[in-house]
Design a protein around this ligand. Structure first.
Ligand SMILES: Nc1ncnc2c1ncn2[C@@H]1O[C@H](COP(=O)(O)OP(=O)(O)OP(=O)(O)O)[C@@H](O)[C@H]1O
Ligand SMILES: O=C(O)C1=C[C@@H](O)[C@@H](O)[C@H](O)C1
Ligand SMILES: [Mg+2]
Length: 189
């Protein structure tokens, strides 16, 4: 194969990829790596909310409450989906609303990063950036959220298991392999 042919090897992404799953599953980290790998733009709904509000997520929760955050999340998701050409990582709660799931399914393909509770806890336990976990027993809170949410995340078009031994790059490989099972979403060029 000539150098020129090698340089032209790549991907054609036909629909936006929307990363869903629990806080700490790796949606932002893996989503950004996936976008770099596919050579497409990356968007993150949490980052877009923070930018629009000029406040951190804990500040928005503390000042305006979770219902207000969810309203902004829905508006931002609608805007980002209308302009998305690449990978869009969502916040951990975004896929729980039926209206958000409908918007995501209409425009893109949802990929659930399916990490188990122990892995999620190992990732989030030392950080205080997730307001929902600011409780007397954050592990019990995470467990309750996990158990309530898994049946909804399981509705995603594709799911990719996140194991403790997998790096962000390994997870990116796995997501690409899952996307390649859908020629209507991703093709090699
Ligand atoms: N495969 C991985 N291997 C090691 N560390 C990872 C992996 N994926 C993510 N991480 C790390 O775990 C933490 C949580 O990941 P990330 O912020 O991507 O999760 P998230 O799903 O976007 O969570 P949230 O819903 O809160 O936005 C980060 O510190 C990230 O660097
Ligand atoms: O799981 C959740 O409900 C959340 C996850 C984060 O991504 C943020 O969107 C926020 O902290 C709420
Ligand atoms: Mg994130």
């Amino acid at each position: 194969m000539s150098q020129r042919e090698v340089a032209q090897l790549g991907w054609r992404l036909k629909k936006p990829v929307v990363m869903v799953g629990m806080m700490g599953a790796g949606k932002s980290a893996v989503g950004a790596a996936l976008a770099r790998r596919l050579g497409v733009p990356f968007l993150d709904s949490d980052a877009a909310i923070v930018e629009a509000a000029n406040m951190s997520i804990p500040e928005i929760f503390a000042r305006d409450g979770e219902p207000f955050f969810r309203l902004k999340e829905r508006q931002v998701l609608a805007r980002l989906l209308s302009e998305a050409r690449g990978v869009l990582s969502t916040g951990g709660g975004a896929y729980l609303s039926a209206e958000n799931r409908r918007m995501i399914t209409e425009k893109g393909v949802a990929v659930w990063l399916d990490a188990d509770l122990d892995l999620l806890w190992a990732r989030v336990r030392h950080k205080d950036t997730r307001p929902l976990l600011r409780t007397a027993d954050p592990y019990a809170t995470l467990k309750a959220l996990y158990e309530a949410r898994v049946p909804l995340y399981a509705r995603a078009d594709l799911s990719v298991k996140a194991d403790a031994g997998y790096s962000v790059d390994d997870m990116t490989d796995r997501v690409i392999a899952a996307l390649e099972t859908r020629p209507d979403v991703l093709e090699r060029t």
